[in-house]
Design a protein around this ligand. Structure first.
Ligand code: PLP
Length: 433
């Protein structure tokens, strides 16, 4: 399979190039040149494991660039936790995407990308250095994904004192090839340091750098696996199936659209947004108006300029009617989010996180406007315990922290404190050479 750039359909590369460069050289995002027809996979899906499904999907995009044995190995190392569906009632279900090491769906993409990059650098003499600036969540998924992958060093930069205590523990309790840099500054400082490194010709002569950006096609493709895995678990009652996706940068939604393109019988998608409702407005007006993000309780969705929107516009050939035929979108605020966490707990006994709660609100809004013939599956993107205080205050009850998170809370923080001065950062990177 080849991949083209959203800025130029003639700018075409193979899978390895697309993965290792992340962004196209014309600054476009990579898109698959075609989608396989997987109707036969869908027809036989009941007998397949999550890993078998994942392999059957990904092999079409990778083809001869990774041999079957190695590709299976990558899947086994990355898609190694479940994505169970939990039913709420006969019109609503929850797809739990938080069973990975950092308790959020980003583990799927980050782990697959890390293993894939590890494969591509396996015979190289010099180590690859991945730089990631994080304001919290993405960093821990990426750090965990690359943890122990040979031939790759990871440098995670986070703003000192500006991530939650749980997030900080998740970021700073890994060792081996993961180096956590606590920057005395803001998230913007962290991003600036990373950007400066990528254009520092003197540094680039000495060390090999790459990013592990969320726009990397190797993070997007594996997110389509669980749309299939979820479908396998749905009751076959003849209802129309909708997936409701709590959305920020729209990567998760885009991966779902990929699954539909491959033949998964999804009737529609619902993009649930918080007060950062650029996409909801785009569907209403046909105009993409990026704006400054505002802080909300579902903070992983606080995005004012969703990076994957260009992919969606590209897929639908810039035709807003076609987009609206497949995707609906509803926006809800923090007050409603808190109420929804409470409601889901009271009504169903289910403890939902603030992101899933925004999904619940959108799903409910849709169901109010339709008859009994739809089934909406809400993607629960994070475990409620990652947002312990908000959730406990909403449901007035203590919630349990899963063992895989609790264990890192008892470990000692290991980080290197650096100023936000570029020269300090550069010196640190060179020291590792
Ligand atoms: C990243 C994230 C989202 C948003 O996903 P996008 O792919 O950026 O739309 C939603 N919920 C959680 C918990 C996340 O970490």
């Amino acid at each position: 399979m080849k991949f083209y750039s959203t800025n130029n359909r003639n700018n075409i590369v193979g899978f390895e190039k697309a993965v290792m460069s992340g962004l196209a050289d014309d600054s476009g995002l990579y898109m698959p040149c075609s989608f396989p027809n997987l109707k036969s996979l869908v027809a036989s899906i009941e007998g397949l494991s999550f890993q078998e499904i994942s392999y059957d999907v990904i092999k079409n995009f990778v083809q001869e660039e990774i041999p079957p044995g190695s590709l299976k190995n990558i899947i086994e190392q990355s898609i190694n936790f479940p994505a169970p569906v939990s039913g709420l009632d006969n019109q609503l279900g929850i797809l739990e995407l938080f069973h990975g090491p950092t308790l959020a769906f980003k583990d799927f993409g980050a782990r697959f990308m890390a293993q894939t990059m590890g494969y591509f650098v396996r015979n190289e003499e010099t180590e690859l250095n991945i730089l990631v600036a994080t304001s919290g969540d993405t960093g821990s998924a990426v750090a965990n994904g690359f943890y122990g992958v040979e031939g790759i060093n990871v440098f995670i930069l986070y703003p000192s004192g500006k991530v939650s205590p749980i997030q900080e523990k998740q970021l700073t309790t890994l060792d081996k090839n993961v180096h956590t840099l606590e920057i005395i500054g803001t998230f913007d400082d962290c991003q600036r340091l990373v950007k400066e490194a990528f254009v520092d010709q003197e540094l680039l002569k000495k060390i090999r750098l790459s990013s592990a950006n969320s726009i990397n096609i190797a993070r997007l493709l594996p997110q389509s696996f669980y749309y299939f895995e979820a479908f396998k678990q749905l009751p076959s009652n003849g209802k129309k199936i909708l997936y409701c996706v709590p959305s920020g940068n729209l990567g998760n939604l885009t991966a779902g659209l990929f699954a539909k393109m491959m033949g998964l019988p999804i009737s529609n998608f619902i993009a649930a947004t918080n007060s950062n409702n650029v996409f909801t407005d785009y569907l209403k007006t046909g105009k993409f108006m990026k704006r400054k993000s505002v802080q909300t309780l579902s903070n992983a969705m606080d995005v004012g300029n969703p990076s994957n929107l260009v992919r969606i516009i590209d897929m639908y050939k810039n035709n807003i009617e076609n987009v609206s035929n497949d995707i609906l979108s509803f926006s809800h605020n923090d007050r409603e989010t808190v109420e929804a966490i409470k409601e889901v707990y009271m009504k169903y006994g289910y403890v939902i996180d603030p992101h899933g709660a925004v999904g619940y609100l959108a799903a409910k809004k849709y169901l109010e406007s339709t008859d009994q013939s739809s089934f909406v599956l809400i993607l629960e993107t994070a475990h409620a315990s990652k947002f312990k205080d908000i959730v406990e205050n909403s449901i007035d009850k203590e919630i349990e922290i899963p063992a895989r998170l609790a264990s890192c809370l008892n470990e000692e923080k290991k980080s290197v404190i650096l100023s936000s001065d570029y020269n300090d950062f550069k010196e640190f990177l060179l020291y590792f050479r």
